[in-house]
Design a protein around this ligand. Structure first.
Ligand code: GDD
Ligand code: MN
Length: 355
């Protein structure tokens, strides 16, 4: 069989009939099947079974009573069970047009690529179907952050968050993937180098039912990015921690042993740490991000500039939050340091080491 269309569904009953009809029409002449991986609590499985009897194209259903790994888990299960040489993964709410499938198949055949991504961010694609400006902004921002975190790794994909893609079954190592959250394509791309091509995706408005993307999914994405990038983030954190200790040691030496006044000692300690942190992060964390980006000097200016501004803002916030309340200053500072660290890492990934 040439093609399996894998469709994860969660309460999509009203969309099933039209979806199957349009996929069947779009895959005329292709040896294809549709495979629903369903975690619904409503009558979606019954609707799928009923629809299956009315169409020529084989429609299979895996209904999971105890769903594992949410949407990503469902997709992995579908990719594993699919019979086609190529699997197309798409949403079940008609935000992904079945009519795009032929161009994806064509691209896979013509180029022999491992993965075809239907992208909202290439000429001819759009994400106008995202329900509001906020979601569009979040989507754009998370793509930026993700791309910054995986330089050169996502094979130039413009839309690593897309839920509409084709994979050649024998090139993707399914056992390697960790099912979590919504972004299974990102997981596939980040794990291994693949040859990727893209076709335009016009992301439609949802046909019926409601989106399952929410704050929880947002956190799941952050968590996924964190897990996939743990070595970079922890390296960056280790350098930050080392810098803080170095700062204290220098301060102690200058004031106690050299007999310097507090203020100039603090300034020297600060300057030395800023410089050493910069050199360490250049050498050990972002060494793969030098080519084609900013000059060393500009990287330094951005990096040190961020640190100075962040420290100033953090101190001001600390003062504002604690001045008329009885919050414990140490706890507040600890919380601010964590937030500051996250922002610093994001700023360095996206801005300082922009390529
Ligand atoms: N089996 C299963 N289990 N399916 C699920 C689950 C689950 O836990 N959660 C969601 N789905 C199904 C939905 O039924 C739908 O077919 C598809 O996954 C996408 O879910 P939506 O709730 O419609 O998500 P969305 O439109 O907000 O997000 C889509 O767009 C994103 C890009 O903006 C998805 O395509 C994402 O993968 C994509 O990143
Ligand atoms: Mn949707």
């Amino acid at each position: 069989m040439e093609l399996t269309v894998v469709i994860p569904t969660f309460n999509e009953a009203p969309n099933v009939e039209e979806l199957v009809r349009r996929i069947e029409a779009a895959t005329q002449g292709v040896d294809a099947e549709i495979l629903f991986v369903d975690d619904s609590k409503d009558d979606t499985p019954d609707v799928i079974r009923a629809t299956a009897t009315k169409h020529e194209i084989p429609v299979r259903l895996i209904h999971r009573e105890t769903p594992v790994g949410g949407l990503s888990g469902a997709v992995i299960e579908g990719l594993t069970a699919g019979l086609g040489d190529i699997s197309v993964v798409m949403d079940g709410d008609l935000q992904h047009r079945p009519e795009t499938i032929p161009s994806m198949l064509e691209a896979a055949r013509a180029t022999g690529a491992d993965i075809v991504v239907a992208s909202r961010r290439v000429e001819g694609g759009s994400s106008d179907g995202l329900s509001n400006g906020l979601r569009r902004a979040v989507s754009k921002g998370s793509i930026k952050l993700t791309k910054a975190l995986f330089p050169g790794k996502l094979n130039g994909t413009t839309d690593p968050m897309s839920g509409f893609f084709a994979v050649r079954r024998d090139t993707v190592d399914l056992s390697d993937l960790r099912p979590r959250g919504f972004k299974i394509l990102l997981e596939i791309l980040a794990r291994k180098q693949h040859e990727v091509v893209e076709v335009p995706l016009v992301f439609e408005a949802r046909q019926a039912g409601t989106s399952k993307a929410d704050m929880k999914q947002g956190f799941a994405l952050l968590r996924q990015l964190f897990d996939l990038r743990i070595s970079k983030i922890s390296g960056f954190a280790a350098i930050g921690a080392f810098g803080a200790v170095a700062n204290l040691v220098i301060l102690a030496v200058l004031t106690h042993w050299v007999g310097m006044a507090n203020l100039p000692a603090a300034v020297i300690a600060g300057a030395v740490t800023i410089l050493s942190n910069f050199l360490l992060q250049e050498k050990f964390v972002f060494h793969d991000r030098m080519a084609g980006g900013r000059s060393t000097w500009m990287r330094f200016v951005h990096s040190a500039g961020f640190n100075v501004v962040e420290t100033a803002i953090r101190t001001a916030v600390l003062w504002l939050v604690t001045k008329d309340t009885d919050f414990n200053v140490v706890y507040v500072q600890a919380a601010l340091l964590v937030v500051g660290f996250g922002l610093r890492f994001a700023y360095h990934s996206i801005v300082v080491y922009k390529q």
